[in-house]
Design a protein around this ligand. Structure first.
Ligand SMILES: *Cc1c(COP(=O)(O)O)cnc(C)c1O
Length: 355
């Protein structure tokens, strides 16, 4: 039986194990080595590590990729992608998305490093018209924190027709909802720190590809830019990944229910929930200070940034200087975790009322 016929719940558990042999551990030892004796496969800790492959193989199985590379962070992975583009290359990207990606692309654009054509990613016509003469399409869908959804299959298809490279940030949807490589994307990126690892205890990123030549170029980028992941983080990331489908399915189920409840709450307006995933963004009829007070009034939910952990978190996104000014001041981004739904709703309802 090949991996292809296994369900993601099974792949997350079975992929990326050491070779089965009598006496072999079920998990690879944490390999704390910066250097290796000459003549073997790995020579130096920036070139490779025994722990990387297990996590890489497991993510490849979930994304239906040929290969995956882990990085020190999602941003290290994104930096490696854009490092492949020649100076001044025209890139089509959403004008709204993860704030780190937005800052990087804006800086590259200002410096002339790339010519970024910022588009409304939900406006398929606009995206397609901007693809003309471009070299690369970067997609994040749903977007963070606006939860805007692109017509993913259509825009990837149109970009490939025009010979663009396509990179896709699949952090929010995860391979349980969409596998961009199967639509023709060249690179799928994850902030592994979020749902894949899922315990708010590591920073990690990944890039998955189908093309071996692209894989080689990305290895070169990782090695020279140096955004390499620590062995312990990678080991923890894989330990977390074993339960990713369990956690994500539960969080997504709860998010769908909470989105409905929020929409019916008198203190809440404009709930953004794309119908899948476990992040909900909503606005409250409140000032900046009152919105902050709501986030602080919860006892179970942590007022904290980031997302994708077993612990439910929320925050007022505009507390971050670098967040896009198109995001409303009173928008709260809620990352739904795995606690019991009734406990979560009680906490949210109390905070909305008291805050
Ligand atoms: C967190 C995040 C990133 C950046 O990943 P890091 O691991 O924090 O560097 C990129 N894209 C999205 C959608 C994210 O949520």
């Amino acid at each position: 039986m090949t991996d292809k016929f296994l369900h993601p719940e099974t792949l997350a558990i079975s992929a990326g194990r050491p070779q089965a042999a009598p006496g072999a551990g079920l998990n690879t030892h944490i390999s704390l080595n910066s250097t290796y004796r000459a003549g073997g496969e790995i020579n130096y800790g920036r070139f490779g590590n025994e722990n990387w492959h297990d996590l890489e193989n497991a993510i490849s199985a979930l994304e239906e990729a040929q290969s995956t590379l882990v990085f020190a962070s999602g941003m290290a992975a994104i930096t490696a992608v854009f490092s492949l583009l020649p100076h001044g290359a025209p890139v089509v990207a959403s004008h709204e998305g993860y704030s780190g990606t937005m800052s990087l692309l804006k800086r590259y654009h200002t410096e002339g490093r790339l010519e970024v054509r910022f588009v409304d990613i939900t406006d398929t016509k606009e995206v397609i018209s901007q693809l003309q003469g471009a070299a690369f399409l970067w997609v994040e869908s749903p977007t963070n924190p606006g939860l805007n959804v692109a017509e993913v299959a259509v825009i990837i298809g149109e970009a490939k027709k025009r010979n663009l490279g396509v990179g896709f940030d699949n952090t929010f949807a995860t391979p349980l909802n969409q596998k961009p490589l199967t639509f023709g994307a060249d690179i799928v990126m994850h902030s592994v720190a979020k749902y894949l690892a899922g315990h708010s205890d590591v920073i990690l990123g990944s890039l998955s590809v189908k093309d071996p030549a692209l894989h080689t170029r990305l290895i070169e980028a990782r090695t020279t830019l140096g955004g390499v992941a620590g062995p312990f983080e990678v080991w923890l990331g894989l330990r977390g990944l074993r339960t990713f489908p369990l956690r994500f399915n539960r969080a997504q189920e709860s998010a769908a229910i909470l989105a409905k409840k929020l929409a019916g709450h008198p203190a809440v307006k404009n709930v953004r929930y794309p119908g899948f995933g476990a992040v909900i963004s909503f606005e409250v009829g409140a000032t900046v200070e009152q919105t902050e007070a709501i986030c602080d009034a919860s006892t179970l939910i942590a007022n904290a940034t980031s997302l994708g952990g077993v612990e439910t978190t929320w925050e007022r996104r505009r507390r971050w200087e670098r967040e896009s000014h198109s995001v409303p001041e009173n928008l709260i981004r809620l990352s739904v975790g795995c606690e019991h739904i009734d406990d979560l709703w009680n906490d949210i309802d109390t905070a909305l009322t008291q805050g």
